[in-house]
Design a protein. Sequence first.
Lengths: 364, 280
Amino acid sequence: MAYVAVKGGEAAIANAHGWMAERRRGDPEVPALSTRQVEEQLGLAVDRVMAEGACHDRGLAALAIKQAQGDLIEAAFLLRAYRTTLPRFGHAAPLDTGAMRVQRRISAVFKDLPGGQLLGPTLDYTHRLLDFALAAEKEAPPEPAAEIPGDAAGRLPRVADFLVREGLMRREADSGQEPPDLTRDPPDFPASRAARLQNLARGDEGFLLSLGYSTQRGYGNNHPFVGEIRQGKVAVRFTPPELGFEIEIGAITVTECEMVNQFQGSKSEPAQFTSGYGLVLGRGERKAMSMALVDRALKAGELGEDRTAPAQDEEFVLMHSDNIEATGFVEHLKLPHYVDFQSELEVIRRMRSTAGTSATGSEA
Amino acid sequence: MSHDPGYNFAYLDEGTKRMIRRTLLKAVAIPGHQVPFGAREMPLPYGWGTGGIQVTASILGRDDTLKVIDQGADDTTNAVSIRRFFARVAGVRTTTRTAEATVIQTRHRIPEAPLREGQVIVYQVPMPEPLFRLEPRLAETRRMHALADYGLMHVKLYEDIARHGHVSTAYNYPVMVGGRYLMSPSPIPAFDNPKMDHMPALQLFGAGREKKIYAVPPYTSVRSLDFEDHPFRPHRADGTCAFCGARDSYLDEVVCDDQGSRMFICSDTDYCESRWEPEQ
């Protein structure tokens, strides 16, 4: 029967999966990629998958990238689907990024500042010229850096703190409330700032980048300056209920960005600087900056600014930031819809026949 | 049959199942009301039925018999995939027979054979909010539900009638449940809406991406929105099933060649087979 072919079936699914597995492996003459290679040599992809997959595990992220053939959204989905099966013990103490062992720390608002500017590993001043030596696989071992400083240790004061102390910037107050967990609590609007930041931290980099960019082009402009970007390792501290005291359970690499934004003042608030905050797992500088821009834009309501731009619309931003949800719903359109389409066909035909009987002689 | 020992029975951990069952109880207690729940990421993508799968996983027992349909058919790719998922992680018996199933998970259809007491039908729901095309903001629609302020939807239907002479909504046709809550019946064709009214089976609705669950308890009034002078009329293609000759079932239209010839076949494959099997 002709129609059976369009109904799929078990054999077709198995064959499709088999073909995809073959595609994943590529030419068997070429040596297989190891997850260690992915982890070591595609580190920024690993970081992005960890951030959007909301799971800090480099090895698993590398495996996900390999399995997903480098499709990073698919890899993040694999990691999320794994993460959701893990038991939840509780939540860690807030990361103390002031005590970060920084590898990179820059400020765009002060030429020099306590702790100094520390460029760290960055592409910022490279020329984007294809390096054909890499293609020829005649890669020379990288020149040792002139001086490899140990990770800067000790507390590095934050730029935002200087401004707050001078009374020039709004102080961010800790509400003291138990933070929500967006993997457990369904979204509710208006959302708390904690819920908002959780959502942005695992939101799609591209989505946040475009929204952040839109604020710079006048859709909810908030005159941003990079107060500070820092990147490095931070200790994760947790209080197991059976111990009753805090212990360090490990250290993770994060990127933090604080934007300093102009604010004209309103009826209730004097003119001062305000801030937007971004924090991302791994080395995700572009995303941390985008997140900080969007976080600041979303403060429009509480600062009494007009909310006119998409980036200032909390429900719009938070409900559409997750690329796992977005990719699922967009791609589900390829599932069969012929029942609904059939009912639409009937309606259109009925409408056309109604229109055909009332109008005269326009039937083609 | 036994389930995959690497996973808890029916995939979800017991804590998650308990949370979903509590949500289901609340949903049954307030028919048609959308209850938020902490939907989990599932190993199938959003849009493929993650809400329905979570509901099914939470209510399945070892003695259940599961049927999964998509577009009315048991052999569509997604139905096959979800049925295999539960066969693997729950080890439950599966069937394609509507009458044999205790739990039926569906996308886009209600089986033609009437459901009975003791059966549960689980709908996969993409957009649980019936008002979302008219008002996308959840904060706003929540207020409208609280006040039973459904004027917007009535105006939409009225405008359809004024413009086209009849309502232009062909599927996902909004219903009033228990005379109180406006509800999305999920994208089933309007043809199926009357089956929901006073159905002896329990109807559960799961929306994973939107993190909402709602329910219609057995024997609850489910009325498709209409006007006295424009009563609701379910529609189907005016044809006969080429396989079983049914004139009362919902039909899929199959294009047979590039000359525009076509035939109609039952969308509900089990209904169709049950009608021609005895003759073989």
